[in-house]
Design a protein around this ligand. Structure first.
Ligand SMILES: C[S@@+](CC[C@H](N)C(=O)[O-])C[C@H]1O[C@@H](n2cnc3c(N)ncnc32)[C@H](O)[C@@H]1O
Length: 275
C-alpha cells in the first residue's frame, strides 16, 4: 500500500469513528416513503439484441417458478432487472447446492442496506421447488440503518418502503449477532472482505471482522441449513474462500454468476455453505 492510500484510509478511520456513533444517536424520525406507481414496463428492449432471446427465456422461467409477475408490473425498470438478477443468483445457488428447504422457513439477511432486493429474496425462499408457498419468516440485520440518502430519508425508511406488501418480514437496526441454530437460510450479499470497502461504506475500523462475521453466521445456522455468500470480483471471491478455509467452514458450491440479466463493473461470485 502506498503512502497516499495509507493517508486516505487513516482519514476514513477518523471520520467513521466520529460520524458513525453520531448517526446512531441522532437521526431523523422515521418517515414513510410513498410508493410511486409505475406503468407496466417492458424490460426486454433494455437488453442487447444478441442476448434478448436468452434473457427472455430465463426471465420467463424465473417469473413463473417464483410467482414474480406482480413485482414486474409495479416497479421501475432498473429495480425489476436487478431483482430478477438476485432471483437468478438465489435460484442458481439453491440448484447448485441441491438444497431442500423446509415447509416453515426462518431466514436472515445480513447487511441488507436499503433492501431493494427484498422481494426477490422473499420469493426465492417461498417458492424454490415448491407447489404451495412456504411459510417464510425473514429478518434483515443492518448495522448502519440510519445513513441519510439524498432525499433526506434514512436507509431504514427506504428498506421499510421496499418491504411493502410482504408479511413476516422485519428490518432490524443492529449488527447480526450469534443466535445458535436460529436460521434455515442465511444470506450475505457483499459482506466486506477488504477493510477499504468497509471504511468507504462509513463503518468504524474496529467493526471490521470478516472472519468473525462468518463464524457468527455459521453458528447461527441450523443443521442442514444453507448460507449463501455473494462477492464482487475474483479477488474478493478468492479472499472469501480463504477466510472460509481458515475458519474451517466447509464450502458446498462455488461459482461465477452468469451476468446475463444484469451487468456490474465487477462480476458476481457465489459461495454456498451447508451445515
Ligand atoms: C456492501 S453492503 C451490501 C448491501 C446489500 N446487501 C446489497 O446486496 O446491495 C454491506 C452492508 O452490510 C452492512 N453490515 C456490515 N457488517 C454488518 C453486520 N455485522 N451486521 C449487519 N450489517 C452489517 C453494512 O452496513 C452495509 O449496509
Amino acid at each position: 500500500m502506498n503512502l497516499l492510500e495509507e493517508i486516505y484510509l487513516s482519514f476514513l478511520r477518523i471520520r467513521n469513528s466520529l460520524d458513525f456513533p453520531l448517526r446512531q444517536r441522532f437521526h431523523p424520525r422515521p418517515r414513510k416513503i410513498q410508493k410511486k406507481s409505475h406503468q407496466q414496463t417492458d424490460i426486454l428492449p433494455s437488453y442487447p439484441p444478441e442476448i434478448r432471446s436468452k434473457a427472455d427465456d430465463q426471465i420467463g422461467r424465473l417469473i413463473s417458478d417464483y410467482h414474480f409477475q406482480g413485482f414486474t408490473f409495479d416497479h421501475a425498470s432498473a429495480t425489476i432487472r436487478e431483482n430478477l438478477f438476485y432471483l437468478a443468483m438465489l435460484d442458481e445457488a439453491f440448484r447448485q447446492t441441491n438444497i431442500s428447504l423446509p415447509e416453515n422457513l426462518t431466514a436472515a439477511d445480513i447487511g441488507p442496506s436499503s433492501w431493494f432486493y427484498v422481494h426477490a429474496l422473499h420469493s426465492a425462499l417461498t417458492w424454490f421447488r415448491a407447489t404451495q408457498p412456504r411459510s417464510v419468516r425473514l429478518t434483515g440485520y443492518e448495522v448502519d440503518a440510519y445513513r441519510l440518502y439524498s432525499d433526506l430519508h434514512t436507509r431504514r425508511d427506504h428498506a421499510l418502503g421496499n418491504m411493502q406488501g410482504l408479511d413476516r418480514v422485519e428490518y432490524l437496526d443492529r449488527a447480526f449477532s450469534v443466535q445458535p441454530d436460529g436460521f434455515d437460510v442465511i444470506t450475505l450479499f457483499f459482506p466486506f472482505v477488504f477493510e477499504k470497502d468497509h471504511l468507504e461504506w462509513g463503518l468504524p475500523s474496529g467493526m471490521f471482522d470478516p472472519a468473525g462475521l462468518l463464524k457468527t453466521a455459521w453458528i447461527s445456522l441450523r443443521k442442514g441449513g444453507l448460507m449463501i455468500i455473494v462477492n464482487q470480483g475474483a479477488d474478493e471471491h478468492r479472499a472469501e474462500m480463504k477466510l472460509l478455509k481458515t475458519s474451517a467452514i466447509p464450502v458446498a458450491a462455488s461459482f461465477h454468476m452468469d451476468p446475463l440479466l444484469f451487468t456490474y463493473p465487477l462480476d458476481r461470485y457465489i459461495i454456498t455453505v451447508q451445515k
